[in-house]
Design a protein around this ligand. Sequence first.
Ligand SMILES: Cc1ncc(COP(=O)(O)O)c(C=O)c1O
Length: 349
Amino acid sequence: MNNNFNPLSAEELTSRINKIPRVNLAQLPTVLEFAPNISKELGINLYIKRDDCTALAFGGNKTRHLEFIMAKTLSGDYDCILTGAASQSNFCRQAVAAANKLNLDSYLVLMHGIKGNLMQGNFLLYNILGANVDVIDGENLEEIPKHLDIKYNELIKEGRKPLLIYGGFGKEDTTLAGISYANAMAEIDLQMKEQNFMADHLFVTAANMTQAGCELGAKILNWPTRIQGISPVYWEMDIKKDIARICNDAAKMLDINLEFSHKMINHDNNYVGEKYGATTEDGIKATKLLANKEGIILDPVYTSKGFAALIDYVEKGIIKKGENVIFMFTGGSPAVFAYNDEIANNSNQ
Ligand SMILES: Cc1ncc(COP(=O)(O)O)c(C=O)c1O
């Protein structure tokens, strides 16, 4: 870490971020909500950042990312977007909705994974939103860029002008997405001041970009908070290095003199379960607990695992009784409808 760095205030950070091109897609700031019943149950003070309520087609963290990633379309050089992920992708749902708002067509290349073309949850929403969808056999998310490149060349041959969005696999996209979450941290900074507390821990269910933004924002704003990422996937790549790389690229873009290494990143993949997209018993239990205590619906693929980890960290004493904890609720709840069997038939009700 560079020791010559002077922390910024939330206002200073926001004003640097506001210099970066952006389209307006999200309703911000999202609420930072104290959750009294689950706090009592766990013996902590739990605050939930309601990024499930960013408002675009059921909301979620990706709406913040897309505000920066889609700014390129303002040039008028594109007539459609092309992106891809797993078949029940929250990112793709929000990307198609964003494209619709910007009068662009959408092409999705989706890995079949567990749910394939089951017409439910996010897949049903692609249909309602009017996306062109290809489902590819396989489940390795790291193969997505290769399939996107093939589709990109097809679209170019057809005379289309696609904005190719690699999302979590693109250097520029991940940097911009990281910046969008540094912005969310500036919001939280002001909200914590209003609510008169400082977080001891912040939990985020994270592949790479969202955690990177949280790490960056917390350092820029000089929080003492422990940022903890919980992984929804087992990566072949070194994800901590990737998160540190995003932090460094985003810091550079904001002209901030900070340097991150993978050793500074807390990222836990012990709650993935069998694999990406498969539910876990603890995740479903956590979903039902939060729904029962607060009326908040987590998702089966990401945030249920993040929240199960938060509960486990309390039980293990890593989060201590009475501490202030923020759970970054990154959305994803529409996927529950694609997981009706797994959720309803789970014995932990
Ligand atoms: C609900 C939800 N939470 C968390 C994530 C992880 O976000 P990131 O890829 O920015 O790490 C995703 C990504 O798809 C998501 O849909």
